[in-house]
Design a protein around this ligand. Structure first.
Ligand code: KIV
Length: 245
């Protein structure tokens, strides 16, 4: 899986063999420049989901339920899920399970495919005090494994494992029947996900250990912009055949 937030990139992801797209609430950081995902709103996620759905026909599209949208009770969660599904998502993803099991169950029983997300939950960054990996100690590791099992029991169709030790991710993956999708969780998950802009190397100022860059797009794009700028300033763009006569 890869994340995606807009029509242009959705077209490109749709041309690739990548199986599924996550319209992540990381949009708040990657697209809108906020410091955390806490600034994502249902309206923001709805707009990005609709744009991706227009560009990536034929791919499974999962949309993130943003911060607190699933913590205000079942009716509010249903409204949020409806906004995302009618915008073109095929499934929704939400972080954690403790304290909102009823919401997960209600969504699943309403026919909405739900993806879980355990380990590092970026929407809880203020509680953690940072983005350090989770589950390095026994008690926390056991709790992450328990949450993943509970999500499976509640009927989610897959679960993201974020920033946990590879050995824990392997154990969880082996213990579940549903697929695990890892990010910073080692090679033994059933699938992997990366933020598109990270894997394309579009922002070299952010480079977490797990985010391999498969392209150096930042320098490529800046070089293209500089070439355009020089051509305009040198008077070589637009040329005769780029002008109407
Ligand atoms: O919002 C997001 O990009 C995510 C991935 C990191 C899994 O939730």
């Amino acid at each position: 899986m890869a994340t995606c937030y807009d029509f242009t990139f959705a077209r490109l992801v749709a041309m690739s063999p990548i199986d599924a797209i996550l319209v992540g609430d990381s949009a708040a950081m990657v697209v809108h420049g906020f410091e955390t995902t806490l600034s994502a709103t249902v309206e923001m996620m709805q707009t990005h989901t609709a744009a991706v759905a227009r560009g990536a026909r034929g791919k499974l599209i999962v949309a993130d339920m943003p911060f607190l949208s699933f913590r205000k009770g079942i009716p509010a969660a249903m409204e949020a899920a409806q906004s995302l599904m009618t915008a073109g998502a095929h499934a929704v993803k939400l972080e954690g399970v403790t304290g909102h099991e009823d919401v997960v169950q209600h969504l699943v029983q309403s026919g909405i495919p739900v993806m879980g997300h355990v380990g590092l939950q970026p929407q809880s960054v203020k509680a953690y005090g940072g983005y350090q990996p989770r589950g390095r100690q026994g008690v926390e590791a056991a709790d992450i494994a328990r949450q993943a099992r509970r999500l499976e029991e509640l009927g989610v169709f897959a679960v993201v494992l974020e920033c946990i030790p590879a050995v824990l991710a392997k154990k969880i993956t082996r213990s579940l029947r549903i697929p695990t999708i890892g990010i910073g969780a080692g090679a033994n998950c059933d699938g992997q996900i990366l933020v598109l802009q990270d894997m394309l190397g579009l922002n070299t100022s952010f480079h977490p250990r797990f985010a391999r860059t498969f392209l150096k797009a930042e320098s490529t794009v800046v070089e293209a912009l500089a070439a355009y700028d020089s051509a305009v300033k040198a008077g070589t763009f637009p040329a005769e055949d780029e002008s109407y006569h």
